[in-house]
Write a protein that binds this ligand. Sequence first.
Ligand SMILES: *[C@@H]1O[C@H](CO)[C@@H](O)[C@H](O)[C@H]1NC(C)=O
Ligand SMILES: *[C@@H]1O[C@H](CO)[C@@H](O)[C@H](O)[C@H]1NC(C)=O
Ligand SMILES: *[C@@H]1O[C@H](CO)[C@@H](O)[C@H](O)[C@H]1NC(C)=O
Length: 386
Amino acid sequence: MAGITFLFTGQKYLAIFGALYLGLVCLLAIPFFQGHALYLNSVRIPLFSDYATPEKYGLAPNRTLNLKIRTSDNETLGAWFVLSDPYYRSLSTIPSDVSKHVKFALAAGPVVLFFHGNAATRAFSARVRHYQAFGSRLGASVLAIDYRGFADSTGTPSEAGLTRDAKAAFNWLVEHGKKPEEILIAGHSLGSGVSGQLGAELSRDGITPKGIVLLSPFSSIREVLETYQMFGFIPLIKPLSVIPGALRLVQRLLIHRFDTLQAVPNITAPVLIAHAENDWDIPHSHSDVLFEAFLDPLLPPVDLALEPFSMSESLWLKITEQQAARKAKRGEIVSTQTLPKFGTLQSFSDKGRKVVLVKTLAGAHDYLGVQEGLVDIIGKTFGILV
Ligand SMILES: *[C@@H]1O[C@H](CO)[C@@H](O)[C@H](O)[C@H]1NC(C)=O
Ligand SMILES: *[C@@H]1O[C@H](CO)[C@@H](O)[C@H](O)[C@H]1NC(C)=O
Ligand SMILES: *[C@@H]1O[C@H](CO)[C@@H](O)[C@H](O)[C@H]1NC(C)=O
């Protein structure tokens, strides 16, 4: 008897869960909710942030300028400019007006333009740790912005809007004397999508930044939806595949695409992609996909088997040969290095442009970029190690 009751109760919960799930998916089809679910910009962590006092979040006294950046469509973005450690330490006294030091800090050392992931603000502790790691191990000053609709910035987030915000931040550094080719762009998670779009746009305008670092990136939002697992084990939209056409419908309704994979052929800057193997939010296979996309134009093509189950023997042999040739060429171009207890590093150069893929064992989704080993690899790759 107890068993049957249990079964009955189980079915009831399953039905409730199913209804909630379908409700959630329907909500996501509505642009307003889709935007909120993707950007999570109304999650303002830390709560009641005091952006004017970065000291509260662990940064040294008067090391950080809290500033506003105006975008080309007249939104106002909240941002922090954090002086590099070597520059801050070189001052004999604590500065009384940080704004007077921006030009000198930019002239004295490297700069990282940082684009954060979804939810929370530039004051979030995991992000502050990135500014600290770049400031100390790279000796770099950091400009970190909050996109439109986030933190104390005006406006509502959108893909085009965030790309505009990124360009405004890039221009701010140029206006303060930094050469475009000396700016290192680093984007984490959603920020990697923003960096990819900015990278493609800069290339289109003939501008080559120092490099683009993609931390815990995704190949496209569509792929994230397909591979995302809540709590690491409940697939988000995979169950929809039992309803014919439902999966395709959800993908069609996707407004915010951030398709970095599509942007890859347009990006001409050097690129470093990094992903932790224990990232439960975005699987590290996304980074493999991006690295292979950068590599693809350098490898011989392989014919598609249009009818794989009725292939002729000659076609099969031809494809097998092509695959072997592609693999051999890949082995020739890509150098692979195992870093014991830390991870693996793959890289190749094409006409002087370097592309690097780092897979780390630790760091998960949020703390990948603060690992000293990774920051050092970033420094070596772009020649900015203190
Ligand atoms: C830009 O926005 C500000 C307020 O945020 C407003 O005062 C100003 O008139 C706007 N300028 C333009 C060109 O729309
Ligand atoms: C920090 O800057 C403020 C002005 O913004 C100044 O009043 C204060 O004295 C400075 N702090 C220190 C420790 O010098
Ligand atoms: C890449 O460049 C092509 C041709 O210039 C353009 O049509 C396309 O929109 C660009 N894609 C991205 C993602 O920038």
